[in-house]
Design a protein around this ligand. Structure first.
Ligand code: NIG
Ligand code: FE
Length: 432
């Protein structure tokens, strides 16, 4: 007699990729050899009830185990591949204005940080974003999250950082906080007040750090506007001491911490992430072996962003060395108007293989369970296991390796968020 009720059943898959940890794997994000374990069930099925997974296994077995409620949804994967909903753990998706002029300058050889030092770059997006209303920014963010959903992404971290004053940062965090009401994507909000020194504090970065620590962070914590605080720790932006001050204060207020580390220069951001017990250190293009060793020891997830390396024409992060050093690697888009206009996580998975030598299994782990851990949601998201939230995607391909291989072109046929179908036969069900 079936003992579990189900209101959603996914059948007809060529494979279900559970990304469940094999027995004996330590809890937390996957590292080393465990990054190659994706848990394929050929001809598998998944059942859920009220947004939670109740059964995963071979189709006949799952059908035997569950009792379908009247009116239950049955998804026919039609030979496709079922994966946990993808998680994008690093984006700057709330902004107005694009920077095509800066793209031209960079193509002519002007360095990214030189453009920023001259008042362009991040600061030009700050001007456009300050000038935009909350309604306009919400509309833009929703449109971008819908595009991500159509790529199979069901959870997205979104940073503030184009406001750089308390009223403007607050406006962005409020937009980030309310957008999940209109788009069925879970958004993890991060406060990135320390993204650049605003014009009001030009030449006085320490004064701005003081304002972040004394005014902004306490407000963020008091109003519960963000789960994490982040800092752009790099040459010409915020140095190690300033970063330590900001993230130390953030942690004291109960926020999780993460940082943009060793992207453009080797400042020792990876080591600092370990010292602070950060949830993640991101970019790491110029990080060093000592930094990886300490990150591995401290359990800091490395969020790698190969779309950014590609777009900036920089050498990719040494993913193979990091995995060998025992660091848990996750992947993200970094979607933003300056250093990575790519919003497709499946394309980034392809770049991670081609550019950084990661294996298809590793990129699947990096974009699901490790990415979920990178935003503090690893206990509930990132794998298809009984009890976890029913977030899943059906790619219309015969096997998971097609996802990186097709370089962003693997078609998504279905997406389920919290047990509800939100993409049906490649279209958003809300019709937009
Ligand atoms: O992650 N590094 C800092 N922030 C972004 C770039 C933001 C921008 O240029 O607008 C990044 O690369
Ligand atoms: Fe970034």
């Amino acid at each position: 007699m079936p003992d579990d009720r189900a209101d959603l059943l996914v059948v007809g898959a060529s494979q279900v990729v559970t990304v469940a940890a094999p027995p004996g794997t330590p809890p937390g994000p996957r590292r080393g050899e465990a990054m190659r374990e994706v848990g394929v069930i050929p001809g598998g099925a998944v059942a859920a009830f009220r947004g939670r997974i109740v059964a995963v296994g071979e189709e006949a077995e799952v059908r035997r185990r569950v009792r379908l409620e009247p009116g239950a949804t049955v998804v026919d994967a039609a030979g496709g591949t079922v994966l946990p909903g993808l998680v994008d753990p690093h984006t700057h998706a709330v902004f107005a204005g694009w920077r095509a002029d800066e793209f031209r300058l960079r193509l002519r050889g002007v360095p990214y940080l030189e453009i920023l030092a001259a008042g362009g770059g991040i600061l030009s997006t700050v001007r456009a974003t300050r000038a935009a209303s909350a309604e306009e920014l919400a509309r833009l963010l929703e449109e971008r999250l819908r595009a991500m959903l159509l790529c199979g992404v069901t959870t997205v971290e979104v940073k503030s950082g184009y406001g750089l004053s308390w009223p403007e940062e607050r406006k962005l965090l409020a937009v980030i906080g309310q957008v999940s009401r209109n788009v069925p994507v879970e958004v993890v909000p991060t406060f990135l007040g320390a993204h650049a020194v605003p014009p009001e504090y030009r030449g006085n970065a320490d004064g701005y750090v003081e304002e972040i620590v004394r005014v902004m962070l306490p407000e963020v914590a008091r109003e519960g506007l963000a789960r994490f605080a982040d800092v752009f720790c790099d040459e010409g932006v915020f140095d190690l001491e300033q970063t330590r001050r900001i993230l130390g204060a953030a942690r004291g207020l109960g926020l999780g911490v993460r940082l943009h580390a060793d992207e453009l220069a080797s400042l020792g951001g990876a080591e600092l992430a370990a010292e602070l017990g950060a949830t993640s250190a991101d970019h790491l293009l110029r990080s060093r072996p000592e930094g990886w060793r300490r990150m591995a020891e401290a359990g800091v997830v490395a969020v790698l962003l190969p779309g950014t390396a590609l777009f900036l024409g920089k050498p990719y992060a040494p993913a193979r060395d990091m995995i060998r050093a025992g660091v848990a690697v996750a992947l993200a888009t970094d979607f933003n108007p300056g250093t990575c206009p790519i919003s497709s996580l499946p394309l980034v998975m392809g770049l991670a293989c081609v550019g950084m030598g990661m294996e298809p299994e590793e990129v699947v782990v990096a974009a699901t369970v490790n990415a979920a851990h990178a935003v503090g949601r690893g206990e509930d998201l990132g794998s298809l296991e009984v009890g976890k939230q029913a977030d899943l995607v059906v790619f219309a391909v015969p096997g998971y390796e097609h996802i990186p291989y097709r370089m962003g072109g693997a078609p998504v046929s279905w997406v389920v968020k919290r047990g509800k179908v939100v993409v049906e036969r490649g279209r958003l069900v809300d019709g937009r």
